[in-house]
Design a protein around this ligand. Structure first.
Ligand code: 5AD
Ligand code: SF4
Length: 459
């Protein structure tokens, strides 16, 4: 069901807290772990915090409200968030009225939710990722009823429109178009913590894009755990072509796609809107062995995956491709790993994000018995990344001497000279000197290439 913050109690609680906080000069700080969806969610959290009258602070120190937006994808992300939380114990001692909230994917895992409740007494509230619109209510409960408050297992699969948003950038914006995942890849915690797939209505998405473009946003990234399985009144390729048809000077990106939903229609739409859809595709492979892909429940073969790569390159010449790979999935033999390396050699990705398999409680793979030793996992990841570095380096060499359009993100002064950083349409990071202008497009001639970035001067 699509709900609006005005129909929910969100708006009511925002104004209640606002009255309580009014004139007290209270500060908030949001800490974000994990993926772009979490970044986008944190922009909503900031939106609510500022609507409630809290002032932004660049650090958690001295704040009255600290919200940690967590990630559960790998054990490492969880450990980082939990050790970070430890620092707030002392803050709470200094300021007993401090409100600490833990939200996002970790707060939706039963064993973590229990731990936060039991062992982290200075955590005032928790909320799973799809219930963030209830943060104002949680804060009200903590502040006025002096009760710790926890939201767990209450996600009913609704979509909430109309959340206030404070965006990090003014030239780039995230637009979430779908939430959740139905794929249940056997290693992945996401479907358990973010629930079933739900897509926003196309009119709401188009309206948000229209507003962003007229506010001067140059790059819109459509987000979804499984972005290309978007389906409301229209499907994802249709949505892309309708956004591409909007008036203005902007580029569309999207992530993360699943190979199974990368249809010929989607590839065709990318080919016919090259002026508006970025020549970039993130297509997670995970493994190049059909046996492992099947155990991962990925529902495609290496052959089907490679045929998508071929079609993308044919439809969008010069397209930049990236992928995710997991090494050391249970049962992965040396032969299976070699199969992965072989697919990487054939596909020649511009960029590979390699991960060591991390066991997630509650997933199917957690029960698989044939675990791979840690030392083997690390050794495989090192080998993979070393091989990929050479591929990435040679994929960037043809850029030498070419002039690329770059959207400028930032600059820093080095020896009195401004060195700008931005991204080419392909998404490649570009560092350059010359006449840059922050948040605008400039043309840069590439003079040096590395495995990860390009270096040049404006023309
Ligand atoms: N262990 C390691 N990597 C994982 N990913 C997802 N779940 C796990 C896990 N349990 C990786 C996948 C996914 C990326 C976002 O994180 O490669 O595409
Ligand atoms: Fe996880 Fe697979 Fe869903 Fe991606 S598609 S979020 S890897 S279950």
């Amino acid at each position: 069901m699509v709900l609006h913050t005005d129909d929910l109690s969100t708006t009511e609680y925002i104004s209640r807290v606002r009255k309580a906080v009014h004139g007290l000069g209270m500060y908030y700080h949001v800490i974000t772990f994990g993926c772009q969806q979490n970044e986008a969610d944190s922009e909503r959290i900031r939106g609510m915090a500022e609507s409630m009258g809290y002032l932004p602070s660049p650090t958690h120190e001295g704040c009255d409200l600290i919200i940690v937006n967590t990630c559960a994808i790998r054990e490492h992300a969880e450990m980082k968030a939990l050790s970070f939380l430890g620092a707030f114990k002392a803050e709470k001692k200094k300021n007993p009225n401090l409100i600490v909230g833990v939200v996002g994917c970790m707060a939706a895992e039963p064993h973590v939710a229990d731990k936060l409740k039991r062992d982290f007494h200075y955590v005032s509230f928790t909320s799973e990722p799809n219930m963030l619109h209830r943060i104002p209510e949680l804060i009200w409960t903590v502040m006025c009823e002096r009760k710790r408050s926890f939201i767990f297992g209450e996600d009913r699969g609704d979509i909430v429109e109309g959340m206030p948003t404070v965006r990090r950038d003014r030239h780039k914006a995230w637009v979430s178009i779908m939430y959740g995942c139905n794929n249940f890849c056997s290693y992945c915690i996401v479907p358990y913590v973010r629930g079933r797939e739900r897509s926003r209505e196309s009119q709401a998405v188009l309206e948000e894009c229209r507003e962003l473009i007229s506010a001067g946003v140059k790059e819109i990234t459509l987000l979804g755990q499984n972005v290309n399985s978007y389906h409301s009144d229209i499907d994802f390729p249709e949505l892309l072509s309708r956004i591409a048809a909007l008036q203005g000077d902007f580029l569309i990106r999207f992530m993360t796609s699943h190979p199974k939903d990368t249809s010929d229609k989607l590839i065709e739409v990318m080919g016919s809107h090259k002026d508006k859809i970025a020549p970039y595709f993130h297509l997670p492979l995970q493994s190049g062995s059909n046996r492992i892909l099947s155990r991962m429940n990925r529902t495609y073969t290496r052959e089907r995956f490679l045929s998508i790569v071929e079609k993308l390159r044919a439809a969008v010449p010069g397209i930049s491709l990236s992928t995710d790979v997991i090494v050391g999935f249970p049962g992965e033999s040396e032969g299976d790993f070699e199969d992965t390396l072989e697919v990487l050699r054939i596909a020649r990705f511009d960029m590979v994000y390699g991960f060591i398999y991390s066991q997630r409680e509650g997933t199917r793979a957690a029960a698989f018995e044939d675990k791979v030793a840690d030392s083997v996992k690390s050794e495989r990841l090192t080998r993979l990344l070393k091989m990929q570095d050479e591929i990435s380096l040679s994929a960037n060499t043809p850029y030498l001497g070419r002039v690329l359009r770059v959207l400028v993100d930032s600059f820093e002064e080095r020896d009195g000279i401004k060195v700008y950083t931005g991204r080419a349409d392909t998404g490649k990071p570009v560092h350059f000197t010359g006449d840059g202008q922050l948040y605008e497009y400039v043309n840069v001639r590439i003079e040096k290439t590395g495995a990860f970035d390009l270096i040049g001067t404006t023309v």
